[in-house]
Ligand binder design. Sequence first.
Ligand SMILES: [Zn+2]
Length: 165
Amino acid sequence: MLVSTCLTLALGQRLPADTINAMVEWLIINEAAVQLRPEAGDMMNGLDAAVKHGRKVIDNPPERIYLGNCGCGAELRADRGVGHVQCQGCGSTWMTQDVVDHRNMVARSHLMTLPEIVTMAVVPKSTLYRWATRLEQRGQRDGMDVYRYGDVLDLKEQTKRKASA
Ligand SMILES: [Zn+2]
């Protein structure tokens, strides 16, 4: 049982609505009363666990970005924001931006699903899904809509130009 439910019952109040805002409001209003209750420690443990769970959801490890293939054929992947990458196949070192620029040039005409485009890491996932209505659907593969990768790059460039104008 949620500790807030125990406390609400102990304090003789109605349960807050099942929304973050309502629960936070309930906590603020009842802060002094909660501190005096024997269940306060359990409630703090429950809140601590909820915060830790929330952090796990939002504090993901750095995303590995697919950069393309090395000349030796091995896939090159790097953590977001890392300036260079070393090939696990042959040991060559590549500048990440050079590899990304080459990959983007080669992949412009490729048709990809949104999850595939997400792995290219040219725009945040939330932005890409918001943009999906502005991208021309070019067909379907395995029941999923596909888009031309170059359209995403062009839309990103247009958006960047509008933002700086
Ligand atoms: Zn290599």
